[in-house]
Design a protein around this ligand. Structure first.
Ligand code: F6R
Length: 607
């Protein structure tokens, strides 16, 4: 979603800000803009479309100044037009960039209109610029005006602000949307995510909810929501440019698919012990709490929800613990009956997904024993709000369609299930542990399937729709495969538990409906063969992922992706990879924007 970057420095910042926006492109956006402030006043450029266009405008008319802000906008209030693009300006003297949603913007707009302010855009952000202008005019104190402005806003925000009359200062504030401060050499920065600052600094401060900040090139002062000066912890994190670049790969998504063996290995490192797996995942005091857990409620969105679905099968079949899963945007708006000794578990790559955060806050009213998040961002809102954090070690994921984040989520979830299974003295855990230890190698070998998947992708790219079928843990993996295909190729794809086929979707099956079936050679393969016959009898075309190809009749309507034999617990982790490759290849055949698919954003920080 929207990306924010700001800088106040001893050197010119215009190009540095636009370069930072390029690193934020992965979040998804539809327009971009930049403002600098110098003795000559505010200078602003805004363009609809890619940051490339903004860069070209910068080359033609460079912006001068040692202080400024830039923004990529993902439209919420008002269409993606130049006038709606940030920065927004009040009376030529205040410029603002903002990430989040101001819920009471209509009411504030009415008040400001009555006070004579003129609005140039349809955005909620513009009310921040005018409200600050008004408060500053009355108080003549920027920090106080910033606090008064924040107190007037309901909703979520992370915004940066510069003033024409103070060209060497930058202000910022956040509530419910993340904002990081970067400490440079005679420079300070703000950004909605540290990736924007990757080549500028390795020293960061994560602002807390309600914080505001004022900075010059040499000084930084943070205030809490009561406007008291505070200090926040400094973090040293080196984010190499290699982690955020495509390297030798054509797309970030392909690079991230290929990184899976390594990041799964990193996620397992030090955690897959013969003794107590939980001891490597949690602090001492959590052990007794986990021992007493009788049920688990998982909440997440999108791909992370699919990981939760797989985990629910694992919790019940491996550790004998009842488990429910719910989409966060549903969970957050309903009443719940929570029995004693229940654990609340969120899953999120970014840790900033608005619905998942709201669901966690909602859950805190229902008396869960503890809250745990499986997350890829150690300093995210979800990590801060949860009692315990289980970090995945996926590294930065740039491709909007999640790949390595998903498989590392599955890895951590399986570790958790194994640990809780150990506490309950369940059987069969050691065999799974042995298989899990070999998982990075198994995934590495699967990447060799690429050459067999390419021709299938060529063929699939001619269709408008596809159905994905699986049973047990392969059902959520079918969902994940369908989600990947629709996200990046724009082919309509749906997933069903294979047994549901004749309860409706079979009506869609003809020669125009390719069906992708996940058919590991387990206790369910005979049932899947029956489904295959139902499809074949209606002229449907099949792609079958299986380690038992001999069980499927050879016909020109059936294409096989040969899978290695693997124990059932690890099937979901392995069967994910060819589906990622299939979606990627179809998208590249169709020539879509694989890393930044239309309308989508990487961190969904608004509801
Ligand atoms: C799909 C995808 C999304 C996210 C969802 C939740 O490829 O990436 O469906 O999984 O927006 O995001 P996180 O995991 O950051 O909470």
């Amino acid at each position: 979603m929207c990306g924010v970057i700001g800088a106040v420095s001893h050197e010119q910042v215009g190009q540095l800000l636009v370069d930072g926006l390029q690193r934020l492109e992965y979040r998804g956006y539809d327009s971009a803009g930049v403002v600098t402030v110098s003795e000559k006043g505010l200078a602003r450029l805004r363009e609809v479309g890619k940051v490339r266009a903004l860069n070209q405008s910068m080359q033609k008319s460079p912006l001068f100044g040692q202080c400024g802000l830039a923004h990529t906008r993902w439209a919420t209030h008002g269409k993606p037009t130049q006038t709606n693009a940030h920065p927004h300006v009040s009376r030529d003297s205040v410029a603002v960039v903002h990430n989040g949603i101001i819920d009471n913007c209509d009411a504030i707009r009415e008040e400001l209109l009555a006070d004579g302010y003129v609005f140039a855009s349809e955005t909620d952000t513009e009310v921040i610029a005018h409200a600050f202008h008004q408060a500053y005019g009355e108080t003549k104190d920027a920090i106080l005006a910033l606090r008064q402005t924040c107190d007037r806003l309901h909703g979520t925000y992370a915004f940066g602000l510069v003033l024409r009359d103070e060209p060497g200062k930058l202000w910022a504030a956040c509530h419910g949307s993340p904002l990081v401060v970067g400490i440079g050499d005679q420079a300070h920065y703000i950004a909605s995510d540290m990736v924007a600052l990757a080549s500028l600094t390795s020293r960061y401060i994560y602002l807390e909810d309600g914080d505001s900040v004022v900075m010059t090139q040499d000084h930084l002062q943070i205030f809490n929501k009561r406007n008291q000066p505070v200090t926040r912890e400094l973090h040293e994190l080196s984010l190499s440019v290699g982690q955020t670049s495509k390297g030798e790969y054509r797309h970030h998504m392909l690079k991230e698919i290929h990184e899976q063996p390594e990041v799964i290995k990193n996620t397992l490192a030090g955690r897959l012990t013969q003794e107590d797996v939980l001891a490597s995942l949690f602090p001492e005091e959590a052990m007794t709490m986990l021992e007493g857990i009788d049920r688990v409620q998982i909440v997440a969105c999108g791909t992370s929800y699919n990981a939760g679905m797989v985990a629910s099968y694992w919790f019940e079949s491996i550790a004998g613990i009842p488990c429910q899963v719910e989409i966060a945007s549903e969970y957050r708006y309903r009443h719940h009956v929570v029995k004693d000794n229940a654990l609340f578990l969120t899953i999120s790559q970014s840790g900033e997904t608005a619905d998942t955060i709201a669901a966690l806050k909602h859950a805190q009213m229902f008396g869960y024993q503890a809250t745990v998040t499986v997350c890829n961002a150690a300093n995210s809102a979800l990590a801060r709000l949860s009692d315990y954090v289980l970090l995945t070690q996926a590294g930065v994921e740039i491709g909007v369609a999640s790949t390595k984040a998903f498989t590392t989520q599955l890895t951590v979830l399986l570790l958790l299930v194994l640990g809780m299974g150990q506490q309950r003295q369940c059987e069969g855990l050691n065999v799974i542990k042995q298989g899990l230890a070999l998982l990075p190698e198994s995934v590495e070998k699967l990447l060799d399937l690429a050459s067999q998947i390419e021709p299938i992708a060529q063929w699939l790219s001619h269709y408008q729709h596809a159905l994905y079928l699986g049973r047990h843990t392969c059902y959520p993996i079918a969902q994940e495969g369908a989600l990947k295909l629709k996200e990046i190729s724009y082919i309509h794809a749906e997933a069903y538990p294979a047994g549901e086929l004749k309860h409706g979707p079979l009506a869609l099956v003809d020669e125009n409906m390719p069906i992708i079936i996940l058919a590991p050679n387990d206790g369910m393969i005979d049932k899947l063969l029956a489904n295959v016959q139902e499809v074949a009898a209606r002229g449907g075309h099949l792609v079958v992922l299986t380690d038992a190809p001999e069980r499927f009749a050879k016909s020109q309507n059936t294409r096989i992706i040969p899978m290695p034999a693997i124990m059932p617990a690890l099937v979901p982790l392995l069967y994910t990879v060819p589906l990622q490759l299939l979606a990627y290849d179809v998208a590249t055949v169709l020539g879509t924007d694989v890393d930044q698919p239309r309308n989508l954003a990487k961190s969904v920080t608004v509801e």
